[in-house]
Every structure is written in C-alpha cells, then in structure tokens.
Design a protein around this ligand. Structure first.
Ligand SMILES: [Zn+2]
Length: 142
C-alpha cells in the first residue's frame, strides 16, 4: 500500500486488504516510465540512475481488487500523490471524464466490461509479462 492511498482507504475499505506483490511493483514501474508525467497536473516523474521511476504512483481506474484489469495498460495511469488523492476521492468524476477522453466512449465501455470479467490470479505470469513490458520500454523507449 503506497502512502498516497491512505486518504482513499478510509473511504473505500476494500482497498486496505489489497496486497501488493512484485508483479504490481514492476507493472507500476512500467506505467510510470510509459507516462513520464502525472496525467492530471503534468508534473514530471523522477528517474534513478538506471532510468527507473522513483516518484509518482500508478493509479488504477478500476481498483486492484478487479484482477482482470489489474495489469491492463488502459486501466492504469501515472499520477502524483496529490492528484491521486483528488481523483480517488474529491474528483472521481474528473477521473472518469479523463478516461473517456483518453479511451473514447467505446474504449471506456470496453474497459468497464473487462473490469467486470473474472480472471483467475496468475501472478507468476503477470510478473513475467510486466517484466517483459518494462524491459522492452527501457530498451526501445516505446
Ligand atoms: Zn499531479
């Protein structure tokens, strides 16, 4: 659980129980390296000497409790901790409008459908895929 999610967990109790594993951590690095900026205020993500992100957080539009969209690149956006709090509580509608603009009405509907589908947990596979995506991005920049 990242520090920035504390404000949200008081409102959404189910978030507290979500365990973060290495597949989540690698996938979060991939997302922050892909976006490079907070998608709400555009502040820049800081990188370490290896070119890996060390600031900001990966925000799940549909929460991590939904396994099928937990590692879905369209469901997750880079935000700073302040904006994560704002989109997660005070301005959920703002986050929804952002997603519709980002994915289009149809893309947003499809994401919502995917978020409601069942997926069996396979974190070994999720970790392998996240590592592959991160390494590809590190090598090629896209
Ligand atoms: Zn921000």
């Amino acid at each position: 659980m990242v520090v920035g999610e504390r404000g949200i967990s008081r409102l959404r109790v189910e978030k507290v129980k979500i365990q973060i594993d290495s597949a989540d951590r690698i996938f979060s690095q991939f997302i922050r390296l892909r976006d490079k900026r907070c998608q709400r205020c555009f502040s820049l993500v800081r990188m370490n000497g290896k070119g890996l992100p060390i600031s900001h957080t990966a925000s799940h539009y549909f929460g991590r409790g939904r396994e099928n969209t937990r590692f879905d690149t369209e469901n997750v956006d880079t935000v700073c901790f302040s904006c994560h709090r704002i989109w997660g509580s005070d301005d959920k509608e703002g986050y929804r409008m952002f997603k519709i603009k980002q994915l289009g009405e149809q893309g947003f509907k499809l994401l919502q459908m995917r978020s409601e589908m069942y997926k069996k947990k396979d974190r070994k596979m999720s970790l392998l895929i996240a590592k592959e995506m991160l390494n590809h991005l590190l090598k090629t920049g896209d």
